[in-house]
Design a protein around this ligand. Structure first.
Ligand code: NAD
Length: 297
């Protein structure tokens, strides 16, 4: 079992750190929020007074932070983790960020003799709590083999993928979430049209799930209220996965498309629609609430 430093104990990082404790690792934690730290400490983690103190003697450092600027700030420079971690240690950044920052941190880590992987996740808060996250990893094959043993404590072993070199995990995450936004919006449009023509959304959902329109949004995350239990749509669109985060991820996908020279019209339309929904006061609601915008427009 490894000594693990976990930095960033929010909605995702908190339950992920708890699962590492349950898997038998010695976990030291740091977050700017004392309340976030207290919950994980109550589950058996050791509290630290700074990220550097947590990481200094750890075999593995895991970060789960809001965005690229936080990741760069935590890892880089004289006050960054890479300057203070043990040589030969492994750093895993599970945040969803731009692939350029992931590559920049990966290169600085290599210079410091530290193995780094971008390891963003899919599955959301429920999968973080259940220990069934999917991980998409960017970095060397050697680092991936080391990372896999740790990631299995927080995820589904069959859903831990080596996407490619540094930054590839973030590219995979961005394009996946663009596709998620597109099939969520498409599912909302289909349900809104059927309902307006008098069909029962639950019956229509069953028809599409058994037909060629089947997709993840219909299977496990139906956006129409009260069609499916235990989803945000049946709980006043409490997240779940916030509209703010979807806007962030669609922005990252737009950057990927731009740097790749690929025209992603549906991704751009999804970004526009989600930005408009966000600006109407829905940023903290679940992303499936986009159905309301489609129903009223
Ligand atoms: P969150 O805002 O709940 O948590 C982020 C945590 O990082 C906070 O507790 C904050 O205090 C802490 N933090 C920020 N800067 C810090 C610093 N310098 N040092 C220490 N702690 C610091 O966010 P979240 O929902 O846990 O998401 C984290 C990441 O996971 C994001 O990149 C998000 O896009 C991604 N993600 C989220 C979900 C989801 O459903 N919430 C799903 C997949 C991926």
């Amino acid at each position: 079992m490894a000594s693990v430093a976990f930095v960033g104990l929010g909605n995702m990082g908190g339950p992920m750190a708890c699962n590492l404790i349950n898997a038998g690792h010695a976990v030291t934690v740091f977050d700017l929020s004392e309340a976030a730290m207290a919950e994980v400490v109550a589950s058996g983690a050791q509290a630290s007074s700074s990220a550097i103190d947590a990481a200094r003697s750890a075999d593995v450092v895991i970060t789960m932070l809001p965005a690229g600027k936080h990741v760069a700030q935590v890892y880089l420079g004289d006050d960054g983790l890479l300057a203070h971690m043990a040589k030969g240690a492994l750093a895993l950044d599970a945040s969803t960020i731009d692939s350029e920052t992931a590559q920049q941190v990966g290169a600085a880590a290599a210079d410091a003799g530290i193995a780094f992987m971008d390891t963003p996740v899919s599955g959301g808060v429920a999968a973080a709590a259940a220990g069934s996250l999917a991980f998409m990893c960017g970095g060397s094959a050697e680092a991936f083999e080391r990372a896999r043993r740790i990631l299995e404590g927080m995820g589904n072993a069959e859903k831990i993928f080596h996407a490619g070199p540094a930054g590839a995990g973030q590219v995979a995450k961005a394009v996946n979430n663009m596709l998620l936004a597109v099939h969520m919006i498409g599912s909302c449009e289909a349900l809104a049209m059927g309902a307006a023509k008098g069909l029962d959304p639950a019956v229509l959902s069953d028809i599409m799930k058994a037909s060629s329109g089947n997709n993840w949004s219909l299977q496990v995350y139906n956006p129409w209220p009260d069609v499916m239990p235990n989803v945000p749509a049946s709980n006043d669109y409490k997240p779940g996965f916030m509209v703010d985060l979807m806007v962030k991820d669609l922005g990252l996908a737009s950057e990927v498309a731009g740097s790749a020279g690929v025209e992603n019209r549906l991704g751009q339309l999804a970004l526009e629609l989600y930005k408009a929904h966000q600006s109407e006061g829905n940023g903290s609601r679940d992303f499936s609430s986009i159905v309301e915008k489609i129903r009223v427009s």
